[in-house]
Ligand binder design. Structure first.
Ligand code: ATP
Ligand code: MG
Length: 439
C-alpha cells in the first residue's frame, strides 16, 4: 500500500475526549471515528487490525472444533420472552418496532436464538456435542460508554454456544474453550489470565473471565504472580484428549475478579510476596449454565435410553473490538502503538527519507515491489513529508518493522531496519531486508 493513496487521517493534537491511552492513540492514528456515543466507524487502518484479531479468534475456535455460522443482529422479542430475559435485560437492550409494529431488538447476545436454531434440528444425543459460534456486532445500551472501543454500545463479539447431553460433557466443552482462549490471546501477544468470575445475567454456576492486566482496566483483580508465567498450550494440543491437566494447572493458582474474591483464601493460599492486586481488562468470558435455556425454551434431545432430556449448555464470548484497545493498552510507548506482529495492520513500512531523489525513489520502489511480491504486507511512505514527520507517523501507527531508505546509507548499498518493539536498528542491504521479512 502506498501511503499517498491510503486513507490515514492522523491527528496532530491529542483529542481531549480520550481519557485513556488506547482511545487517544486510536483516534490519533486514524483508526476509527466516533459516530455517536459508543458507536464507531472503523477506518482502513483500524479495520485491518480488527480483521486480524477476528481471524485469530476464528482459527482457534475452528481448531477447538467449534463451527462458524452467522446469526442476524436483529432478533424477535418473542424469543426473549420465552427465556424470560426480555424484561429482565432492562434498559441495556435496544428495542425496535418494525412497520408492522412487531417488536424486535438488536441482539446483546444470542443464547435464545442459538437455542431456537438448535431445538429446530437436533433431536438426538447422537448429534452431540455441538459448538456453534459467530462473530457478529452486538448492541448494549451501556449507561456509560467510554474509553473508545473498550466500552462501546455497538461492538464486535465472538460468541460460541455449546450443547451437550450432560454436565460431564458440558465441562469437556467448557475446557476446550478455556484452552482455545489461552491460545487465542497469547497469539495476539497478550497475557490474558483466566480468573474465577461471577456469572451475571447469562446465569449458571461456573465462569471464568480472561483478563489482561492494565491499570486502566475496569475490573479489580487478585491473583498469584506465578499464574502470569504458566505455559500456553501448543498448537497441536489434542482437543479430543484429556484437557484436565491444563485446566488444573491454570485453575489451581489463585486468580479471581473482585466480585468473587475471597480475601481469607487469598491470604492463606498465596504468600505475601506473590500477591498481585491490580486492575484488568476483560477480553473474554466463558460460562457453563447447565439447563437454564434448555429448560425454559424446551431444547430437549433423546438420550441413549430414548428419554428426552434438556441439554447442558455453555456460552463463550470474546470482545473482538475491545481487544484492539486492550492490545494497545498493553503495547505502546510515548511515541505510539507497538503492534505485536500477529495483529499489525502492516508488517513493515518503507520510509523514503528523500522523496524525489532518483536513487532513493528507485530503491524504495524496488523494495516495495519485491516485498509485495513475496506477500509481505507493506506500507510505503511515498509522501513528500519531511523525514521527521515520517518517523513520527510510523512510530505512532506502530508498524513492527520500519525500513529507512536515505541517500547516505544507499551510497554504501545499505538501508536501516528499525524494529518498533524495542527500537533496535540494523543496517543491511535491500536484498537482505527482503529475505529477512519474507522469511
Ligand atoms: P463488561 O463486564 O465489561 O460489561 P460483560 O461481562 O457484560 O462485559 P460478556 O457478556 O461477558 O460481557 O461479553 C463477552 C465479551 O464481550 C466481554 O468479555 C468483553 O470483552 C466484550 N464486551 C462486553 N461488553 C462490551 C462493550 N460494551 N464494549 C466492548 N466490548 C464489550
Ligand atoms: Mg463478561
Amino acid at each position: 500500500m502506498r501511503l499517498s493513496r491510503f486513507f490515514l487521517p492522523i491527528l496532530k493534537e491529542n483529542p481531549k475526549e480520550a481519557e485513556i491511552v488506547s482511545h487517544r492513540l486510536m483516534l490519533r492514528a486514524g483508526m476509527m471515528r466516533q459516530e455517536a456515543a459508543g458507536i464507531y466507524a472503523w477506518l482502513p487502518l483500524g479495520f485491518r487490525v480488527l480483521k486480524k484479531i477476528e481471524q485469530i479468534v476464528r482459527e482457534e475456535q475452528d481448531r477447538a472444533g467449534a463451527l462458524e455460522l452467522l446469526m442476524p443482529t436483529l432478533q424477535l422479542a418473542d424469543l426473549w420472552r420465552e427465556s424470560g430475559r426480555y424484561d429482565a435485560y432492562g434498559p441495556e437492550m435496544l428495542r425496535i418496532l418494525d412497520r408492522h409494529k412487531r417488536e424486535l431488538l438488536y441482539g446483546p447476545t444470542n443464547e435464545e436464538m442459538i437455542t431456537e436454531i438448535f431445538r429446530s434440528y437436533v433431536k438426538s444425543y447422537k448429534n452431540l456435542p455441538l459448538n456453534l459460534y459467530h462473530i457478529q456486532w452486538k448492541f448494549r445500551d451501556e449507561q456509560r460508554p467510554r474509553f473508545g472501543v473498550m466500552r462501546g454500545r455497538e461492538f464486535l463479539m465472538k460468541d460460541a454456544y455449546s450443547f451437550d447431553l450432560d454436565e460431564a460433557g458440558a465441562r469437556r466443552s467448557y475446557n476446550k474453550m478455556f484452552v482455545a482462549y489461552l491460545r487465542t490471546f497469547a497469539r495476539m501477544g497478550l497475557k490474558a489470565i483466566p480468573m474465577r468470575a461471577e456469572t451475571g445475567p447469562i446465569g449458571g454456576d461456573l465462569s471464568h473471565e480472561f483478563i489482561v492486566l492494565a491499570e486502566t482496566g475496569e475490573s479489580g483483580v487478585f491473583c498469584d504472580k506465578d499464574v502470569l508465567d504458566l505455559p500456553i498450550p501448543p498448537d497441536d494440543v489434542d482437543y479430543d484428549g484429556d484437557l484436565n491437566p491444563i485446566i488444573k494447572q491454570w485453575t489451581s493458582l489463585y486468580a479471581a475478579t473482585e466480585d468473587v474474591h475471597d480475601a481469607a483464601r487469598f491470604e492463606s493460599e498465596v504468600p505475601a510476596e506473590k500477591r498481585v492486586n491490580t486492575r484488568g481488562i476483560e477480553v473474554g468470558q466463558i460460562f457453563y449454565f447447565g439447563t437454564k435455556y434448555s429448560d425454559s425454551m424446551k431444547a430437549l434431545v433423546a438420550g441413549p435410553d430414548g428419554v428426552d432430556v434438556p441439554i447442558h449448555g455453555g456460552s463463550y464470548g470474546v470482545g473482538v473490538s475491545r481487544l484492539v484497545g486492550a492490545i494497545i493498552e498493553a503495547c505502546h510507548d510515548d511515541a505510539g502503538i507497538k503492534w505485536p506482529e500477529a495483529v499489525a495492520p502492516f508488517r513493515a513500512a518503507i520510509l523514503n527519507l528523500k522523496q524525489g531523489d532518483a536513487a532513493v525513489d528507485g530503491a524504495c520502489e524496488k523494495l516495495y515491489r519485491e516485498l509485495t511480491a513475496k506477500g509481505v504486507d507493506v506500507l510505503y511512505d511515498d509522501t513528500d513529508q519531511r523525514a521527521g514527520a515520517k518517523f513520527a507517523a510510523a512510530d505512532l501507527i506502530g508498524i513492527p518493522w520500519q525500513i529507512l531508505v536515505g541517500p547516505k546509507g544507499l551510497a554504501d548499498g545499505k538501508v536501516e531496519v528499525k524494529r518498533r518493539s524495542d527500537g533496535s536498528r540494523e543496517n543491511m542491504s535491500p536484498a537482505d531486508v527482503v529475505a529477512k521479512l519474507a522469511g
